[in-house]
Write a protein of this length. Structure first.
Length: 183
C-alpha cells in the first residue's frame, strides 16, 4: 500500500496525464453531486419546449411592410426650372472626366468643379488626370432614380462602365460620387 501511495504521489500526480485525470474526476464529481441535489428533471420544462403558437413581433394591424408585397413606386427626379436634367448632367460630367488624359491637373479640375459637389471636388484633389481608364462613351446614359433628389447614372464606356451618383438638394444636379467598373 505504501508503494502504491508513493508511486501515486511521486510519479502519476506529477505528470500531465495524472493532473488531467484528477481534474476530470473533480468535474464529474461536481456534475454528479449537482444532479443528486437538483432532483428529478421535468422534460416539459426548460428551453426544449416549443410554443403552441408562432411568436410574432409585428402588429397585425400595422399594415404590410414587406419588400415583395407591393411594387415599388416609381420616383421621378425633380429638376429646378432652367437647370439640366440628371442624364444631361451625367453626360456633361462624363465628357469632362474623359478629357483628363493630356490635360494638366488644374485644367481637368476646373472642368469638373462646376459639375460636381464640393465633397467630390475635394476627393478629386490630387487625382492624376492620366489615370482616367477610358477614352470614349459607347452608349446612352442609364438612370436609376432613388429619390427625387438622388439618382444613380450608368454610362457605358469603351472598356468599362462609369457609375455616377448625382444629387440635387436644391434642384441643380451635381455629381457626388464616381465609381469605375471594368468589363
Amino acid at each position: 500500500m505504501r508503494r502504491a501511495l508513493e508511486f501515486l504521489f511521486t510519479r502519476v500526480l506529477r505528470s500531465r496525464l495524472g493532473v488531467a485525470l484528477v481534474i476530470a474526476a473533480l468535474v464529474f464529481g461536481v456534475i454528479g453531486a449537482a444532479r443528486l441535489v437538483s432532483g428529478p428533471v421535468d422534460p416539459a420544462a426548460g428551453l426544449s419546449t416549443r410554443p403552441d403558437e408562432p411568436i410574432s413581433t409585428v402588429d397585425p394591424e400595422a399594415g404590410d411592410d414587406g419588400v415583395l408585397a407591393s411594387p415599388p413606386t416609381a420616383v421621378s427626379p425633380r429638376t429646378s426650372p432652367g437647370e439640366v436634367a440628371p442624364a444631361q448632367a451625367a453626360g456633361r460630367f462624363t465628357a469632362a472626366w474623359l478629357t483628363g488624359p493630356g490635360s494638366s491637373e488644374e485644367q481637368w479640375q476646373a472642368r469638373l468643379r462646376p459639375l460636381s459637389t464640393p465633397a467630390l471636388t475635394e476627393k478629386l484633389t490630387g487625382a492624376d488626370p492620366e489615370s482616367v481608364p477610358a477614352r470614349r462613351v459607347t452608349g446612352q446614359v442609364t438612370l436609376r432614380p432613388r429619390t427625387e433628389s438622388f439618382v444613380e447614372a450608368l454610362v457605358p464606356l469603351d472598356n468599362g462602365r462609369l457609375r455616377l451618383e448625382l444629387v440635387a438638394p436644391d434642384g441643380r444636379w451635381l455629381v457626388d460620387a464616381v465609381d469605375w467598373e471594368r468589363q
